[in-house]
Design a protein around this ligand. Structure first.
Ligand code: SF4
Ligand code: SF4
Length: 340
């Protein structure tokens, strides 16, 4: 059974204060409005509202209406609102659950109705988090995600092993669906965590989609000499070089990095940690061995196409081997997109 990796969580600095709102840049137009839904609207109307509102699920960038239609077609048995952040420095989903639990729960109910799912649950970061928000979510069922990284993939694996067909949607997509149904509001904002050792003020910001990353970073009061800014995750996010890049619905965090890590790799010691950490059943050390032959056999690059680039294997490796990059390279070789 894959167990992921235990990372030191650094969420409290950004959770200690309420979400702040960053004023929208003047050049962005006002959010679109349309007619709210009537009470007891059916699945087609709810899907229509999700489509009109242009809601994109922050978990994976999939348009919410398409995702719910897919769940309906697959006869998904359970719908889960992901109200935790697997990245150790990001707390945006947790902050949204703390401050807008009723909106998240109402959106989950609407989403479940839209795809004909009877069972729904809120997945929270911990038991303490469940106890904290329970009073704001009367009648809701909860599950605890677990503290190991990557928590979303591990949760999916656990649910699949239990034989249930579960569908996951993001906390912010749920809240956006409530706003669309109740107020006829298009999705126009998102909550983003600003953190990292290059930020002196870790904070969750409510920000208009389209706002330049520069404005969001400024809320974190970056320290002079910050070397890099990563977006998406402090573990496997991507470095941005152009801070005029706009915030999108999937921007979960902006991480200011003071010093880029330099990690000289040592030889594999055969500990097997990478294999145990991988939530996708890949054996990274075996892939590495194949690559090191210089002429890897594509038929021996087992399961590399299942990699989600979570970096768990690289993090646990005591020899600091960049295994995730090796698996990515192996996938390209297997698909014929790269020479060995
Ligand atoms: S990066 Fe890929 S190979 Fe490594 S643990 Fe994640 S899914 Fe597995
Ligand atoms: S974690 Fe690193 S050292 Fe251990 S088996 Fe995997 S590649 Fe080898």
């Amino acid at each position: 059974m894959p167990c992921g990796v235990k990372l030191e969580l650094e969420k409290e600095p950004s959770l200690k204060n309420r979400i702040i709102t960053i004023p929208a840049p003047k050049k962005l137009s006002a959010p679109k409005m349309f007619a709210p839904l009537r009470k007891k609207a059916g699945p087609a109307k709810i899907l229509g509202a999700a489509r009109m509102a242009g809601i994109v699920d922050e978990l994976d960038g999939e348009p919410l209406a398409e995702k719910l239609e897919r769940f309906a077609a697959a006869q998904t048995a359970e719908l889960i609102a992901v109200c935790f952040d697997e990245d150790p420095k990001t707390s945006a989903a947790q902050a949204v659950l703390r401050e807008n639990a009723d909106q998240v729960l109402a959106g989950l109910e609407l989403a479940a109705q839209a795809c004909g799912v009877r069972n729904r649950k809120i997945a929270a970061a911990s038991r303490e988090e469940v106890n904290r928000v329970r009073k704001d979510c009367p009648g809701a069922a909860f599950l605890v995600a677990g503290a190991r990284y990557p928590a979303v993939a591990l949760l999916q694996r656990k649910l699949a092993d239990q034989g249930g067909k579960a569908g996951l949607i993001g906390a912010q997509a749920c809240a956006a669906l409530t706003a669309a149904a109740d107020r006829g509001l298009a999705q126009s904002e998102t909550v983003v965590t600003v953190a990292g050792d290059g930020a002196s003020n870790w904070v969750n910001c409510r920000v208009r989609i389209g706002t330049p990353l520069r404005d969001v970073l400024a809320a974190g009061k970056p320290v002079p000499g910050t070397a890099a800014v990563a977006v998406g995750s402090s573990v496997n996010g991507r470095c941005v070089t152009d801070l005029s890049e706009p915030v999108t619905a999937v921007t979960r965090c902006v991480i200011a990095i003071k010093r880029l890590p330099r990690r000289p790799a040592l030889p594999c010691v055969g500990c097997g940690r990478c294999e145990r950490a991988c939530p996708r059943g890949i054996i990274p050390w075996l892939i590495l061995q194949q690559l090191e032959t210089g002429s890897p056999n594509p038929f021996r690059l087992f399961n590399v196409e299942r990699c989600i680039r979570c970096q768990a294997c690289s993090i646990v490796c005591p020899s600091q081997i960049p295994l995730a990059a090796a698996v990515e390279r192996a996938e390209k070789i297997k698909e014929g997109r790269s020479d060995p």
